[in-house]
Design a protein around this ligand. Structure first.
Ligand code: SF4
Ligand code: SF4
Length: 432
């Protein structure tokens, strides 16, 4: 079985929602669709207050090369365009009063599309990386380097999350065909699907589905280890190629796309559907009824939690995304976006709230780091204001996976130190 050096083994906690079949979430009367749901610049509003919009109608135009269009998830009237909080900051939101009719504007399906038509369609439908990074997929599929390998990332290594697993189980044909369109856009005839060993049943189903449909896909079962789904770690596990500091996967001839991205590409090409909804895992000890829902973007997180039994007294932490790399929230007044893979409500037993203490030089963080960094030294440099030292110890290579903080017996806030180090290095004009 394949893997990468170092890494950690957090408790998976996937059993809570792994068998919850995907169901349609009932969209509320008001949605607030953020114009920034992706990496890069926010989209520019393409509608005004008072406009009537259909499902799939453009609400925001991509702003420049690294950006993505944003589409309406409901039909109804635009009642406001205003700045609201997101999981990671603030941006303009288009507020729509849902008329419940769901009149939809679609593009014509593509038949045997050429590679450039596929890339155009992906851009026209506003598809971005749905594993969490939100990088515009059309940009990713136009690399400067020659690419010979496509890996579909189905590792889903974050604890609790099961939305990708449900796609593998419930939409295997659709996702494999979507992946084949992505491969075709890159001029490739085959692709890999990288999974963790805890999804062996899905791997079997994929192999059968690929064979039944004449799709040339090779599944690669990797160790169940965090962060197996990080791009560089998955590339190493599948191809043994190493992506150097400051380089992109395409520099070693590889493109990695998430499972859900591939599913969205299928619907964009074969049904002309824009990207305005996604599957979200709702889980954690504080959630009465864990679930996997198709949720329309702009749906408030608080509405989703209410539908799953509300926020119980024992819930102490709300997270958007997984517990390792997700974003903690003070309340549910934010919207579901194209990159919301999970909504987690964790109890005190599931959260480590011990106070941090001084480093005891145990080197556990060094042994855990999948990027072979020495977090203990970078942390010490940042504490003493030695930004050059932090740069010398490779802080810019940190992928912010949280493995070091997870194993640290002194509960040092190592990820915050890494982020601070990177920020200070950038400010002084260091690498990247
Ligand atoms: S230093 Fe960065 S890459 Fe290494 S374990 Fe910590 S967060 Fe992950
Ligand atoms: S794991 Fe924590 S205590 Fe151990 S060396 Fe790293 S920072 Fe220090």
């Amino acid at each position: 079985m394949e893997t990468f050096p170092h890494g950690i083994h957090p408790k998976g906690n996937k059993e809570r929602s792994a068998n919850a079949a995907v169901s349609e979430f009932s969209t509320p009367e008001i949605v607030a669709v953020p114009l920034s749901q992706h990496a890069g610049k926010a989209a520019i509003a393409a509608v005004s207050k008072g406009d009537y919009v259909k499902v799939g109608q453009k609400l925001g135009e991509a702003d420049g090369a690294i950006s993505a269009a944003v589409f309406s998830s409901v039909s109804g009237e635009v009642t406001a365009i205003e700045k609201r909080p997101t999981a990671t900051g603030h941006c303009e939101h288009v507020i729509i009063k849902n008329d419940g009719k769901y009149d939809e504007e679609k593009l014509a399906p593509l038949k045997n599309p050429a590679p450039e038509q596929i890339v155009r369609r992906i851009a026209d439908c506003g598809i971005v990386g749905m594993g969490g990074a939100g990088f515009p997929t059309a940009v990713k599929l136009a690399p400067r380097d020659k690419v010979d390998t496509l890996i579909i990332n189905a590792a889903e290594c974050e604890p609790y999350l099961t939305c990708d697993y449900r796609i593998l189980k419930e939409y295997p044909r659709e996702f494999l065909l979507g992946a084949r369109y992505i491969a075709a856009a890159l001029g490739l005839e085959n692709f890999f699907v990288g999974l963790e060993a805890n999804k062996a049943d899905a791997a079997e189903l994929l192999e059968k589905t690929a064979s039944d449909n004449g799709i040339s896909a090779k599944t690669v079962l990797c160790h169940t280890k965090y962060p197996q789904g990080a791009e560089k770690q998955l590339i190493y596990a599948v191809t043994k190629r190493k992506v150097r500091v400051g380089k992109l996967p395409s520099n070693v001839g590889v493109i990695v796309c998430n499972v859900h991205t591939a599913l969205s590409v299928f619907y964009a090409v074969e049904e002309g559907e824009k990207s305005y909804k996604r599957i979200v895992t709702v889980s954690g000890g504080g959630v009465k009824t864990p679930a996997n829902f198709w949720i329309r973007t702009g749906t408030p997180v608080s509405t989703v939690l209410d539908a799953c039994g509300g926020i119980g007294d024992d819930a102490v932490k709300l997270l958007i995304g997984g517990p390792m790399m997700g974003f903690a929230q003070s309340n549910g007044d934010i919207s579901v976006t194209k990159t919301t893979s999970g909504i987690l409500l964790l109890t005190a037993d599931e959260v480590n709230s011990e106070q941090s203490g001084p480093c005891i030089n145990c080197a556990s963080c060094v042994k855990a780091c999948p990027m072979k960094l020495m977090p203990v030294y970078i942390d010490a440099c940042i504490l003493s204001g030695d930004v050059s030292g932090a740069e010398k110890y490779g802080a810019m290579n940190c992928i912010e996976c949280g493995s070091c903080a997870f194993v640290c017996p002194a509960r040092r806030p190592l990820v915050q130190s890494m982020r601070l180090a990177k920020k200070k290095i950038r400010e002084k004009g260091g690498k990247r």
